[in-house]
Ligand binder design. Structure first.
Ligand SMILES: C[S@@+](CC[C@H](N)C(=O)[O-])C[C@H]1O[C@@H](n2cnc3c(N)ncnc32)[C@H](O)[C@@H]1O
Length: 443
């Protein structure tokens, strides 16, 4: 019998047959497929054995059930692994990007700065988590975030010293990466020296060339930021600091993002990643009626960019899905709020998401038994993962952003359309580009 997870795509007389939970497509002609569907098995031995090997032809429905449980167990294991500690050192920001919720949050809760005591307590609590689930094959990250993290240099410096000491006594893993996510404006000699001393990587937000960047990425006086950000990126690269860029897709750059690999490669960054805008401000920027077009156009731009870029994997969103598809390591989580991160907010409150305060308790009062993966909000948000919902692209879909769904649809469990649409377009691309490669004799 056919598996309930069997899916088919057709293009120009060719059929791609794949398993929804682990797509490793089989290609055959449309006629071959139609004839097998009609029950003609003569001459189809190779195809049938391929279909069996990929669990597309099964003996009984139990096999589908076992397959699903196997995938769900693997996913759960992946999610009970807080590979990221976010230290949000500042609530406020020196910029006023037209799409960013941070200034609104700072207005509501104050421009709080994280204290060194809370940062150290966050590192200690993360250490407790890792003692339980540390995996030497994974990469771990401490990310200084905000608001603008560099508004609180003192606590970044103190935390770096604290991490160094912990590493020296073996309390934190050696496969630990440290990153500052910044708008770049406040990077100075001191920060450069700190990054060099502690091998800190820097991710800088830049929305492309001058005009599209300066349309929305402005400072508190409304002035464009392009020149200052680019000067910082060049300086970081020249100082041999591993430098990355993050690009928010806006109506001002969406027509040109397909060419951004060239732009960022010229700047010398190691990698860059596109960001779909999320949250209520997206409605202000594109309008509710413009959402669908925004998601489709942005998806196509990211895919075209990846076709054009020289070095494979230079852009992160596409790379993540491509790697999952190529290595058979599916369900690449988009949002690390399902248990993959511990967020210490500037007021010391723990959250599972940097964009929203979920009030999981104060880091110095929750006790050492606190585990992020056991929190009710994390368990609840996991129910929204694509594995548990219909959709043929679920294996390459990371599930998107629960905070974004809450903001746009009033329900954190609602489907994130940006993630769904992007995954569907990417799956199509991955399947047919594999076919084209096979056909042209490339591996
Ligand atoms: C919130 S900022 C915090 C760190 C730092 N100030 C920076 O600029 O990178 C991190 C990233 O979030 C992105 N961002 C801001 N608002 C967003 C939104 N509504 N949806 C998605 N990403 C957003 C920014 O473009 C930036 O690259």
């Amino acid at each position: 019998m056919w598996s309930q997870y069997l899916r088919v795509k057709e293009r120009g007389g060719v059929v791609a047959v794949f398993h929804e939970l682990h797509p490793d497509p089989i290609f055959c002609s449309s006629e071959q497929w139609e004839s097998l569907q009609a029950g003609v098995t003569e001459g189809a031995d190779a195809l049938i054995s391929d279909l069996r090997r990929r669990d597309l032809l099964i003996e009984n429905p139990e096999e589908d059930h076992t397959e699903f449980l196997d995938v769900a167990t693997k996913l759960e294991r992946k999610l009970n692994q807080p590979t990221i500690l976010y230290l949000m050192t500042a609530q406020g920001c020196n910029l006023r990007c037209g799409y960013c919720p941070v200034p609104g949050i700072a207005k509501r809760y104050g421009e709080t700065l994280l204290t060194a005591e809370d940062a150290f307590a966050g590192i200690d609590l993360w250490e407790e988590h890792l003692q339980e689930v540390y995996d030497p094959l994974l990469q771990y990250f401490v990310i200084f975030y905000g608001g603008e993290p560099l508004l609180n240099k003192a606590v970044i410096e103190a935390s770096l010293g604290y991490i160094k000491n912990k590493k020296s006594i073996g309390a934190l893993p050696t496969n630990l990466n440290i990153m500052i996510a910044t708008n770049g404006i406040l990077v100075d000699d001191e920060i450069i020296a700190l990054c060099q001393e502690h091998a800190v990587m820097v991710a800088v937000g830049l929305d492309g060339p001058q005009a599209p960047n300066d349309a929305l990425k402005v400072d508190q006086c409304g002035e464009g930021t392009f020149d200052r950000i680019v000067a910082t990126i060049r300086r970081l690269v020249q100082s041999n600091i591993r430098t990355f860029a993050s690009v928010s897709i806006t109506p001002f750059n969406i027509d040109h993002i397909a060419e951004y690999a060239g732009f960022f490669s010229e700047l010398g960054v190691e990698k860059f990643g596109f960001n779909f805008l999320k949250g209520r401000l997206l409605l202000e920027v594109v309008g509710r009626e413009g959402l669908d077009t925004y998601y489709h156009q942005a998806s196509r731009g990211i895919i075209q960019n990846s076709r054009r870029q020289g070095a494979r994997g230079f852009e992160y969103q596409m790379e993540k899905k491509q790697t999952a598809f190529d290595n058979g390591d599916f369900f690449p989580v988009d949002c690390t709020c399902y248990g993959n991160q511990l967020v210490i907010q500037p007021d010391g409150q723990i959250s599972n998401c940097p964009f929203t305060k979920t009030w999981l308790g104060h880091v110095r009062s929750v006790g050492t038994d606190f585990r992020i993966w056991n929190q009710p909000i994390v368990r609840k948000w996991r129910k929204r993962l694509p594995l548990y919902h219909p959709g043929e692209a679920k294996a390459v879909c990371g599930g998107g952003c629960a905070w974004g769904s809450q903001e746009l649809k009033g329900d954190p469990l609602a489907v994130d359309d940006s993630s769904r649409i992007f995954s569907e377009e990417v799956l199509d691309e991955l399947i047919w580009s594999r076919y084209d490669r096979l056909k042209s004799g490339q591996t």
